[in-house]
Design a protein around this ligand. Structure first.
Ligand SMILES: Cc1ncc(COP(=O)(O)O)c(C=O)c1O
Length: 350
């Protein structure tokens, strides 16, 4: 007899990237350059009203996002990280027993989000190239499917979904199934064949785009993400959002960060240049690293994943191992990446 739902016992707990004092942390896909200019001042200013509830409608931020994205503010919902919005969306769309289709391996929050809603996870294996298998995902849709999640670029493999395959997929999926385009890493995409899901597909009635300010915009610690959907879906999501879960500090920080477009772009470009360097170096070490359009690389090391991460940690670099599968390494500063590449060379030689 348990006091909580017995089915949750089978659920893996979310494992956050490890932090070890003094070590270089390349385990959580953060950007290494600190908050954008103006963010700290905005948070300090917001903190002077910390005894007040925040604006529950998140009006200023939703309007600012809407103006940038060229959509009405009514189509935008914000939340305590895009992961919370994914949870809210599933809560708004699924009843117990409904199905959620997603690629696997992908973002490890997806199984937890599905289980929380008592929905069934239908996991479609990635291709041999570690990418989404969109035809197989389309084939996995049944009359019980309410949501399909397309993570592009995919966490943790970095692989993107390209325009032609996504168009074909969206044309195949029925109008009664929500397709979530999780674009947490959109700002790191350089391949012109990888579509901007919002600009190119956001007007479809069943498409929902998830974005975050945690990654390129440097606000992971303040928890702020957003979703753009058609009015009815956005409205339903806002109804189930935990009240006041977008804090005043997060709103102020996001408003300040969004004024720093150029600096965000400069920093993202540094990450992209380093990504190429790290990718080339790992390929040079004989590693079968898949193409990546995100701020991390994937090493499909299988049984060597955990020992590899242990050697990295012993050399002062924390990376993210998925036992029996692979290791995800976030792109850091040039010095951090050098430290990782040194550690990787040792790990692969051991
Ligand atoms: C694919 C993907 N989606 C969503 C998120 C959630 O980001 P946040 O909740 O910080 O906005 C992450 C974070 O790692 C992610 O990798």
């Amino acid at each position: 007899m348990t006091l909580t739902r017995a089915d949750l016992a089978k659920l893996p707990s979310y494992v956050p990237g490890r932090s070890v004092p003094g070590a270089i942390k390349l385990a959580s896909n953060e950007v290494p350059y600190g908050p954008l200019p103006g963010v700290v001042d905005a948070v300090v200013e917001a903190a002077t009203s910390a005894h007040r509830y925040p604006d529950m409608g998140v009006v200023a931020l939703r309007q600012k996002l809407a103006d940038r994205l060229g959509v009405p503010a009514e189509r935008v919902a914000t939340g305590c990280g895009s992961v919370a919005l994914a949870e809210h969306l599933v809560r708004a769309a699924c009843l117990p027993g409904d199905e959620i289709v997603y690629s696997w391996r992908s973002f490890e929050a997806y199984p937890i989000i599905a289980a929380t809603a008592a929905a069934a996870s239908i996991q479609v294996p990635n291709t041999a190239e570690h990418a989404h298998d969109l035809p197989a995902m389309a084939a996995a849709i049944t009359s019980k499917t309410r949501v399909v999640i397309v993570c592009t670029p995919n966490n943790p493999t970095g692989t993107p979904v390209r325009r032609a395959e996504l168009t074909e997929f969206l044309d195949t999926v029925g109008p009664d199934v929500i397709v979530v385009l999780d674009e947490a890493y959109r700002e790191f995409v350089t391949d012109p064949d990888v579509p901007d899901g919002l600009a190119e597909f956001g007007d479809r009635p069943n498409v929902v785009v998830l974005r975050t300010l945690s990654k390129a915009w440097g606000l992971a610690g303040l928890r702020i993400g957003y979703l753009v959907a058609q009015l009815d879906v956005a409205d339903a999501v806002r109804k189930v959002v935990t009240p006041f879960s977008t804090s005043a500090a997060a709103q102020a920080a996001a408003l300040a960060a969004l004024d720093q477009d150029e600096e965000m772009r400069r920093r993202a470009d540094l990450v992209i240049a380093e990504r190429t360097r790290v990718y080339d170096a790992l390929r040079g070490l004989g590693q079968d690293v898949p193409e990546t359009q995100a701020n991390f690389v994937w090493l499909p090391l299988r049984d060597s994943a955990v020992p590899f991460a242990q050697v990295c940690e012993a050399n002062g670099v924390i990376v993210r191992a998925f036992a029996g599968d692979g290791v995800r390494v976030t792109i850091g500063t040039a010095e951090e990446n050098d430290a990782f590449l040194n550690a990787a060379e040792k790990a692969l030689a051991s």
